[in-house]
Design a binder for this molecule. Structure first.
Ligand code: FAD
Length: 317
């Protein structure tokens, strides 16, 4: 551990807690972009109690806390981020439980669990509900925060309840109605999603397999899934002229911006709303290109784009 180089090195924040701590921890390889600097501390609680105590201590000491999921909707600044970044990879945060008796109607899923793995396991067991999300890289918590989804549906469609540990360390439970899921939006309060109960139901295995193939093929046909990106950079905006949502990718394409480049970052030729990176790119390249795309799209179409990808920086988001 590089205690001397981190502002958190001298604190007793983690003393006697059941957590793994890495100071000055590189985050780049934990994000889909693969760029960006370190966190002052990356903390992996081993129990729910340790998480709650850690959050309480950070709250009391004014230490900034962020939570990292699969890093699929995230750009970390080149200089990294201050404070504590929490990763939920202990068994208690990644468990999957189907109801114990009778026909399965729900799954309780840990907030840190990989969405793709959960989809494979539930559909493999003949359970329908999550297959509309095939191909979306996410943790359960990250997917809920953004209400991840697409043409076939969104995760909010199957939510029954969500457990959130607030930044004060208190756990609260929210029903779907409290969370107001909408297009790439949820009213989840600040804090950490540690579990969710999702509605599932038994489906005809042949029809379910066919549906999985359909979703998977569609996703691969429209998005550059193999490239380093964070998915769509911008939400689909509402066109003030029609009051309807329009595809941000289409607007970017119409503005002639596909292929535009800043350093190692470029606008995908396959999907205008994907900003991808080459090896060696910097987070600053992505941020500058994203700003250029938004400005130019507004100049040429009159429609403002609102960012979907979360940007982390020291003292920032
Ligand atoms: C190739 C590719 C394709 C994509 N396609 C789609 C798509 O079709 N539809 C779509 O909606 N998105 C898509 N995305 C974006 C991304 O998959 C989603 O936004 C996903 O929900 C991000 O989840 P994550 O766990 O990776 O979150 P992260 O990127 O790790 O974090 C994103 C935000 O969620 C917060 N967060 C993470 N975990 C938790 C938690 N446990 N509790 C509270 N907050 C948390 C973080 O603090 C951060 O603010 C795509 C991304 C890529 C790279």
């Amino acid at each position: 551990m590089t205690m001397a180089t981190s502002p958190l090195g001298s604190t007793s924040l983690f003393a006697d807690l059941d957590v793994d701590v890495e100071l000055d921890a590189p985050l780049a390889q934990r994000t889909w972009y693969g760029v960006g600097g370190p966190a002052d501390a990356l903390v992996r609680p081993r129990t729910a109690e340790a998480l709650a105590t850690l959050l309480r201590r950070c709250h009391r000491n004014g230490v900034r806390v962020r939570v990292l999921g699969s890093g699929a909707n995230l750009l970390v600044a080149d200089e990294g981020v201050e404070g504590v970044v929490i990763l939920l990879d202990a068994e208690c945060f990644v468990a999957l439980q189907l109801n114990a008796e009778g026909p399965v109607t729900a799954a309780r899923v840990g907030g840190g669990r990989d969405l793709g793995k959960t989809i494979r396991e539930t559909t493999g067991a003949g359970l329908s509900g999550l297959e509309p999300l095939i191909g979306i890289p996410a943790s359960i918590g990250g997917a809920l925060r953004m209400n991840a989804g697409g043409k076939f549906g969104a995760i909010g469609d199957v939510v029954r309840a969500v457990g959130v540990v607030g930044l004060d360390g208190e756990e609260r439970t929210y029903g779907a109605a409290d969370l107001n899921f909408g297009y790439r939006h949820s009213d989840l309060p600040p804090g950490i999603v540690t579990w969710a109960v999702l509605a599932l139901h038994a489906a005809d295995p042949v029809a379910l397999r066919a549906r999985c193939k359909e979703v998977s093929a569609y996703k691969a046909s429209v998005q550059p899934l193999a490239a380093h990106s964070a998915g769509c950079m911008y939400r689909n905006p509402v066109d003030p002229a029609t009051n309807q949502r329009v595809s941000a990718g289409l607007l970017i394409d119409r503005a002639g911006l596909k292929g535009t480049r800043v350093g190692g970052a470029f606008v995908s030729e396959q999907h205008g709303n994907f900003i991808c990176v080459d090896p060696g790119a910097r987070a600053a390249d992505v941020a500058e290109l994203a700003a250029t795309v938004a400005d130019e799209t507004f100049r040429r179409t009159g429609i403002r784009l609102e960012r979907e990808v979360v940007f982390w920086s020291r003292g920032g988001e």
